[in-house]
Design a protein around this ligand. Structure first.
Ligand code: ATP
Ligand code: MG
Length: 638
């Protein structure tokens, strides 16, 4: 394994781990007391596998905990430092946030939204997006946010699935300097959906929109309501939101999250992982359309009364320096992003970040995919100047919050590039074999969670059966995330990719993540994806797709170097049968590589039309990557 990095903050609280190990239920009971409850719970955990209810009988409100609780001491403190893609900026204090949220709660009520109703939100990354979500939470409506890059067809499916009578959108949003006409997309999505009664339209851009009888302007509605609205006292398990997963492994699933348990999980993990202080400037680059944005842009920072930067647009617009210029401008202290984004920044070269003052940074985080050690080291050296711990957080839409992560706010442990280190306290995670038995150290196996945790999904929306089958049927009473992992001699976890991405070559199981990581560790390589194609002799042979760093071109020598590297670092058996050099890879809108699609292409399946993919809006990008790759394959083999 890689060398370790002794970077921690030294706030060791060994008692917390001990307490969690001896009784996870009473441990979480104590953690829940960090929040403000209207009434205390009677039972900490009601566990009827696989359904868990946390803090039963307690009543709580997410918007109250995010805003009202801070008013005495922090009403003038900045909650959101917003940076528009076009250079516009806004500062919203905790006081203003609360007043806007109360008003929008009254707007929703005036449109007939009641406790338990679903509201679909399709907005760009503007402050009105968290405002709308918190307003739903305030009155007990369940929000269902759809990433503003999705197409009409995907939105229609989600609106029908959640049966939302009210949709909140904007006339447009900025993306790479262009206006995306969101309202037009909604018009198309709901044209045959009669139960949608109202569409609220925020005017973010200058484009004209056609107004039908269902449409109401955000500004008109807000001008006509009062700014007093008490937060509803909701049951701890009250559904806070439905969010669809990224769809990396197939059709997205409607994950349903509750309130009291979810907020407890976020409050504690945000404190442990990011060691949040009143003076910090936090910046998470995730779009609120994904779970990272729900949990660590909207809820966790606000629960802590933190100040955060929220950025509207593309990370490389108008040029490759945008991210670093935002970090410098706002003196960001904690930066949380994805391996995909980091690989892109790395591809642009070191001169760009080196020309900015990033000295305010004290912690760096990643989420979403395994981070290759090479990229980890680049992040550590070039961005963190070797003084910021890297918080590699493993979790899923379904888990609600982080489950495996270094926790510098809690304890100092050496970091290993590419490992998420250990599970958070109060969660028992193992690596097991097909039979569910723990494997020995350094052996690959399936990751499982052996006890319920507070951020856990309640179920899949309207589909308890699917919830049981997808997550709880492989092993009895164990949650099955569908990820492949190993635990090393020090008890550190290494995430090795998804179980359905595993390559099986001549009886050996090889994780896509470790292979890709090895390829990316070649100094010329920016990104890589591997997949398997059937082979009569070996079962499967490996095909690798490689994107080079900017300005470099492929060669036979380079191809050999990559193959040799795999042979040396992993095994001869893992050497790809073919390496294709391509300019880009097909990705989901959340930035994850679509290995299934690559597999289809490599297997010569007809991938003429990618519009059947759930992720409709990315179709043109994915299609152009597919066309390019198909062309390169033909050229290489012909
Ligand atoms: P779908 O479930 O629809 O296929 P998805 O799994 O991509 O979509 P998310 O919930 O956004 O949807 O992603 C969670 C997955 O992302 C995890 O199961 C894991 O495979 C991967 N992941 C997240 N964080 C990390 C990390 N730090 N290291 C390794 N993998 C990670
Ligand atoms: Mg998943």
């Amino acid at each position: 394994m890689d060398k370790t990095y002794d970077i921690g903050l030294g706030n060791i609280d060994v008692n917390l781990r001990k307490k969690a190990d001896s009784d996870f239920v009473s441990f979480w009971d104590d953690e829940a007391k960090n929040l403000s409850w209207f009434s205390h719970w009677e039972k900490t955990l009601d566990w009827h596998p696989p359904f868990a209810k946390w803090f039963v009988g307690g009543t709580i409100n997410a918007s109250y905990n995010a805003l009202d609780v801070h008013q005495k001491t922090k009403s003038g403190k900045s909650a959101i430092l917003w940076e528009g893609e076009d250079g516009e900026s806004r500062v919203i204090t905790y006081g203003e946030m609360l007043s806007q949220v109360k008003k929008f709660s009254n707007v929703l009520k005036s449109l007939g939204v009641k406790k338990g109703d679903r509201v679909t939100i399709y907005l760009p990354m503007v402050p009105e997006l968290p405002i709308a979500m918190l307003a739903c939470a305030r009155i007990g409506a369940t929000h269902t946010v759809i990433f503003s890059g999705f197409s009409a067809a995907s939105i229609k499916d989600r609106i029908i699935d959640s049966h939302s009578k009210v949709v909140v959108t904007a006339n447009g949003g900025y993306r790479r300097g262009k206006i995306v006409k969101l309202k037009e997309v909604i018009d198309e999505a709901i044209k045959d959906v009669n139960f949608v009664k109202h569409v609220v339209v925020l005017e973010r851009t200058k484009n004209e929109i056609s107004i039908s009888s269902k449409d109401k302007l955000w500004s008109d509605l807000m001008n006509n309501v009062s700014d007093s609205c008490d937060a509803e006292k909701l049951d701890s398990a009250h559904p806070l939101y439905i969010l669809y997963t990224s769809g990396t492994t197939g059709k997205p699933k409607g994950v349903l999250h509750g309130t009291g348990g979810y907020l407890t999980h976020l409050y504690s993990t945000f404190k442990w992982a990011f060691d949040i202080k009143d003076s910090d400037i936090f910046f998470c680059t995730a779009d609120i359309g994904w779970v990272t944005g729900h949990s660590y842009v909207v809820y966790a920072p606000l629960l802590h009364g933190a100040t955060q930067v929220m950025y509207e647009g593309a990370p490389d617009f108008p040029d490759a320096s945008r991210m670093w210029s935002i970090l410098q401008k706002y003196h960001v202290t904690i930066f949380y992003t994805t391996p995909t984004a980091l690989r892109m920044f790395m591809k642009f070269g070191d001169n760009i970040p080196n020309s900015f003052d990033l000295s305010s940074l004290r912690l760096l985080g990643t989420v979403g995919e395994p981070i290759n050690p090479e990229v980890w080291k680049w992040y550590f050296k070039t961005i963190g100047k070797e003084k910021c711990p890297i918080i590699d957080t493993w979790w899923q839409t379904e888990t609600g919050g982080m489950l495996i992560s270094p926790l510098p706010g809690l304890e100092t442990i050496p970091l290993k590039p590419g490992s998420g280190t250990r599970p958070i306290p109060g969660v028992h995670i193992s690596v097991v074999d097909e039979n569910g038995d723990d494997v020995s150290p350094n052996t690959k196996g399936y990751l499982v969670v052996k006890n319920p945790w507070p951020g856990m999904l309640l179920t899949l929306w309207n589909d308890d059966e699917k919830y049981k089958t997808v997550y709880w049927s492989k092993y009895e009473h164990c949650y099955y995330p569908g990820d492949y992992a190993l635990k090393d001699d020090d008890g550190y976890f290494w995430l090795l990719g998804r179980t359905d991405d595993i390559l099986k070559v001549a009886g050996h199981r090889i994780g896509t993540a470790e292979l890709e990581s090895c390829i990316v560790s070649h100094s010329d390589v920016a990104e890589s994806a591997v997949c398997g194609i059937p082979d009569d002799v070996k079962g499967e042979v490996i095909i690798a797709f490689v994107v080079l760093k900017q300005g470099l071109s492929d060669s036979k020598i380079l191809e050999k170097e990559i193959s040799d590297k795999i042979r040396n670092d992993i095994a001869a058996i893992a050497t790809p049968k073919q390496i294709y050099f391509v300019s880009k890879l097909p990705k989901t809108r959340s930035g994850k590589i679509m290995r299934r699609l690559l597999k289809g292409i490599a297997n010569n399946e007809k991938i003429g039309d990618v519009s059947t993919l759930e992720d409709g809006a990315a179709v043109t990008e994915v299609q152009s990557a597919v066309d390019y790759i198909q062309k390169s394959i033909k050229e290489t083999s012909g």
